[in-house]
Design a protein around this ligand. Structure first.
Ligand code: ADP
Length: 308
């Protein structure tokens, strides 16, 4: 087991930022840690990387306990924190040397490792530049290089693509995929496509609690029955009456004449909508089945936060 989190709680004052969560990540897995802002992702990652102590519960990395064997854990874990703190006035090459020395590397080995990281993270042309001269995408590459310098078994990346432009985003995702080949990786994001692009398993956290922990394909297939349709009428109709239709679990009013109906999975709701329109003698101008996308799943799992 690479990472084990058992009944972890973290309180900041009165607030439970993380509330009794448990999960495990096996060796070689790439797991997306997904949730809206404030869900508790960074807090969990800071605890797993030994930067914050838990309030209660047990967290271990590669079998070592975060509170008792922090130095051991630091030697096998690579961490790219949110907002990627770098020494901006250092040169890329110099910075990676500095980080390598912190991990106890010296001489030839250090030089070789910095060279490998520069190569692997696509920094050959940037290595003699000052970090402050680099674009956000290249800074993220430097952040990844420092996280990988000691060849860690476990890689923890906190929102590694946030704030990148679409081209940089694709490049950094590709790089993460490449460097993940022989590692256990946990990365946080609030972007579903990112999870889809990078990993097989997703843990969804909301308000400090885990609301889903499954393979992506399972998550999609389990919810196949609950499709949504968007319907448009030529005049306003009652939301309450729509909610009474057979097979309708939830109605969301988009405009006075447009509604999103979510099915409870027991019946196809489209014929019901046609009958409803005919009975009321209103025209149905449109009816569109919404694909059951990961975005919709994310919205439904974390809906209480978004509506708050
Ligand atoms: P995420 O990474 O999912 O955005 P965080 O773990 O950063 O979530 O935050 C979880 C909750 O804990 C938020 O409500 C946040 O405001 C709160 N929080 C985070 N860090 C601190 C801190 N140092 N002191 C007090 N509250 C904090």
């Amino acid at each position: 087991m690479s990472l084990s989190v058992q009944h972890l709680t973290k309180q900041y004052g009165e607030q439970n930022a993380v509330d009794n969560i448990s999960f495990e990540v096996n060796e070689g897995e790439i797991v997306g840690f997904l949730g809206p802002n404030g869900a508790g992702k960074s807090t969990t990652m800071k605890i797993a990387t030994t930067y914050l102590p838990p309030t209660s519960g047990k967290v271990s990395v590669a079998g070592w306990d975060v509170t008792e064997q922090a130095m051991k854990i630091k030697s096998v874990i690579g961490y790219l924190p949110e907002h990627n703190p770098l020494y901006l006035d250092m040169y890329v090459h110099e910075y990676l040397h500095f980080i390598g020395r912190l991990y106890g590397m010296r001489g030839k080995h250090l030089k070789q490792r910095v060279g490998e990281m520069v190569e692997r993270c696509g920094l050959v042309r940037e290595q003699h530049k000052r970090i402050e001269m680099l674009s956000k995408g290249y800074r993220q590459r430097v952040g990844l290089a420092q996280a990988l310098i000691h060849n860690p078994k476990v890689l923890i990346l906190d929102e590694p693509t946030s704030g990148l432009d679409p081209n940089q985003l694709v490049e950094i995702r590709k790089l993460i995929k490449e460097v993940s080949a022989d590692k256990t990786v946990i990365f946080s994001t609030h972007i579903m496509q990112e999870v889809q692009a990078l990993c097989d398993r997703v843990i969804v956290i909301n308000k400090g609690s885990i609301v889903a922990d499954d393979r992506l394909d399972n998550l999609l297939s389990q919810r196949k029955g609950t499709t949504a349709v968007v319907v448009e009428f030529d005049q306003p109709v009652s939301k309450e009456e729509l909610g009474k239709l057979h097979g309708v679990a939830h109605v969301e009013r988009i405009t006075s004449v447009t509604f999103r109906l979510t099915s409870d999975g027991t019946a196809d709701i489209r014929p019901e909508v046609f009958k409803f329109a005919a009975q009321l003698q209103v025209s149905l101008l449109g009816l569109k089945v919404e694909e059951h996308s990961l975005e919709n799943i994310f919205r439904s799992l974390t809906a209480n936060t978004l509506e708050a």
